[in-house]
Ligand binder design. Structure first.
Ligand code: PRX
Length: 645
């Protein structure tokens, strides 16, 4: 067996077995799914595909695998909108609520499965009338309103692929994505509500379309009522064309491997990659994981994923997984602090939310805002809590568990990526004993290994997270660039998909995600994960949030530089910085003691909430800053520079 490649120091020994009251009603309570999948993964996934989905033509071959190209459920045909809508309405569930929609200003709409089916058929007919055919691409740039999932499903109804562009992106980003995908039509809105104000979207589309020759038509939802320019012949109001469209549109069966959507992920330097997801395998994995990971009881539950549909989390766990499973979801338009910092908790109480799925960065913000915010509301309806997007530090996990989950809700820490399509490493809430900060184990039917520098699997310790067998929801490539697909994901370790993340396996076989490997520092020959140091920092009472980078150092190779946001009461204390450095040394070991701790008012984040460590490294090493266009708030960088001196 090989040596661990990334050393780990942080030991978390608290454990949380599934509470007996939860297990009593849970869907999955033993390891039978794991055993079934281990014995025959293809048969396991074939069973899920046939049980969870309705196929108009059954598949004849479960998997064709010619590395790095996988085909799942070959020969099968299905329609995604029929799986998400028609079959539920046909089963008598037309009056079940698909979305409890809550606008930021407090306006609400209740959308049943029958309502959504009606809207989707009309929008599908509008798209057809605009010349969209099977295989064409449609760009969608919208706020979090019910017309967004309706637009996505309308594409699937006629076999077109969508490319959702997150509403926070600039005109330049729209241009790149629309042109790369060769989109014919754009669906947008005048704007949406964020932080108490109308935030415009249509002007960004207008600016972008000056450079997008493939787009012939734009459909515009009126949400905020602000003035917009409508280009004659090109732009159409949703509220005029959709109600006027034919009310029925038969779902078009598509091949299991036909393109369902493109979703772009930003690299740090190169142009965004159009991640391709296809139909049958993706929908199988989304539906299966949404059901078992959240212990879904669709007849009783009110499920809420607070992500934006513009990211993969929203695609798989607001739209496709929940609708395929006939779930009732909450859909919220705005920000968590409008009008007050208790908005999320007010929504949980109002709708009786049973599962809440959010991000560690949000949880740390809630911690900073204080436990008095959730304490004002009755959160007793919650049964399962989820996290996604980055490693969750144990202190944030404990806070979430106690203050949101009332100590009774299992937390599913779900590791996955835009590229994986659905969950890959996660607990099953009725089965898995939890350790705060660990995503625990690979799901049934998913084969992951941690490998060393030369690609040899290791059973304990740290290394690189890789995947050696295809899974149904895996990306099928990068749109228009098969070579980049091979180079990015399949070349670092022969025969393996490399996820880009560091990971360690503990003595119990639990997986601990250590962040992206370019976030691993090398201090005096010891590899230290930024995540572990950040965890130790946030474990200090005075620290609200922290980000750590390795800065080039003559003596040690890299030196650890920590940027911390202090809690209000600690800001004036001159001893605090030394105390924090010492705390890390005690918690992890002297190697991990930060050389510098810089107190900052805020951290630079992308619009999806990821900390931009590259910028922090630039500041730490006194360099000019590179590309800052993906920053949510560019003024943060100046404040950090001033603090760094
Ligand atoms: O580094 C991992 C981190 O997010 C990356 C994927 O980002 P993206 O494609 O934007 O998708 C985010 C939503 C699925 C991963 O490579 N990541 C995601 N979930 C976790 C995580 N890191 C640790 N723990 C997680 N639960």
């Amino acid at each position: 067996m090989s040596e661990p490649t990334i050393e780990d120091y942080f030991v978390e020994d608290r454990t949380f077995p599934p509470p007996p009251a939860f297990v009593a009603d849970a869907l999955v309570t033993d390891d039978s799914l794991y055993r079934e999948a281990d014995a025959d993964p293809e048969a396991f996934w074939a069973r899920q595909a046939r049980e969870l989905l309705t196929w108009s033509t059954d598949f004849h071959t479960v998997l064709e695998w010619d590395l790095p190209d996988a085909k799942w459920f070959v020969g099968g045909e299905l329609n995604v909108s029929a799986n998400c809508l028609d079959r539920h309405v046909d089963a008598g569930l037309g009056q079940r609520v698909a979305y409890h929609w809550e606008g930021e200003p407090g306006d609400t709409r209740t959308i049943t499965y029958a309502d959504l089916l009606d809207e989707v058929q009309r929008v599908a007919n509008v798209l057809r009338d605009l010349g969209v055919d099977k295989g064409d691409r449609v760009a969608i740039y919208m706020p979090m309103i019910p017309e967004l999932p309706a637009a996505m499903l309308a594409c699937t109804r006629i076999g077109a692929a969508h490319s959702v562009i997150f509403g926070g992106f600039s005109p330049d980003s729209i241009v790149d994505r629309v042109n790369d995908g060769g989109c014919k039509v754009v669906i947008t809105a005048d704007g949406g509500y964020r932080r108490g104000a109308a935030s415009p979207l249509k002007p960004n589309v207008d600016a972008a379309l000056e450079h997008c020759p493939t787009v012939t038509d734009v459909v515009v939802v009126r949400r905020t009522g602000t003035d917009v320019d409508m280009v004659a012949g090109r732009d159409h109001w949703w509220h005029e064309v959709v109600p006027a469209a034919e009310p029925t549109c038969a779902p078009v069966p598509v091949g299991s491997e036909d393109l369902l959507y493109l979703l772009y992920t930003s690299g740090t330097t190169a142009k965004p990659k159009g991640i391709m997801h296809t139909t049958g395998g993706y929908l199988t994995q989304a539906a299966f994981t949404h059901k078992v990971v959240f212990d879904l009881k669709p007849e009783d539950d009110v499920y809420w994923c607070s992500a934006d549909i513009g990211w993969v989390t929203g695609h798989s766990y607001i739209v496709y997984g929940p609708l395929a499973n006939a779930a009732t979801s909450v859909l919220y338009e705005g920000t968590p602090d409008t009008p007050g910092r208790d908005r999320l908790w007010a929504i949980v109480a109002k709708y009786g939310v049973t599962q809440l799925y959010t991000a560690p960065t949000a949880i740390r913000m809630f911690m900073k805002w204080g436990e008095q915010e959730p304490a004002q509301h009755d959160l007793s309806s919650l049964r399962v809590l989820g996290t996604v997007g980055e490693p969750i530090n144990p202190e944030a996990w404990m806070w979430y568990h106690a203050n949101i989950g009332g100590g009774r809700c299992p937390i599913v820490d779900t590791w996955w990526q835009t590229e994986t399509g659905g969950h890959m490493i996660t607990p099953l809430p009725g089965v898995t004993t939890l350790k705060p900060g660990s995503a625990t184990r690979p799901l049934p039917g998913v084969s992951l290994q941690v490998v060393d520098d030369v690609g040899e699997p290791i059973e304990r310790g740290g290394g690189y997270l890789t995947i050696d067998k295809p899974w149904p929801g895996m990306l099928r490539g990068i749109w228009g660039d098969p070579q980049r697909y091979r180079d990015t994901y399949w070349s670092r370790f022969p025969g393996r998909y490399f996820a880009g993340d560091g990971c360690k396996i503990d003595d119990d076989g639990y997986f601990w995600l250590l962040g992206r490997v370019d976030d691993v520092m090398n201090v005096s020959g010891h590899r230290v994960s930024t995540t572990e140091v950040e965890s130790a920092l946030v474990d200090h009472d005075a620290v609200a949030e922290a980000a750590v980078v390795g800065a080039t150092d003559d003596v040690t190779g890299q030196a650890i530089v920590a940027y911390v946001i202090l809690r209000g009461w600690a800001e004036e204390n001159p001893e605090m910085v030394e105390d924090i450095r010492q705390h890390v040394a005690v918690k992890i070991g002297p190697t991990a003691r930060p050389k510098r701790v810089i107190v900052v008012p805020d951290l630079p984040k992308t619009r999806s909430g990821k900390i931009m460590r590259r910028l922090l490294r630039d500041v730490a090493e006194g360099r000019d800053l590179g590309d800052v266009t993906t920053l949510a708030d560019a003024s943060v960088v100046d404040a950090i520079r001033t603090a760094a001196g």
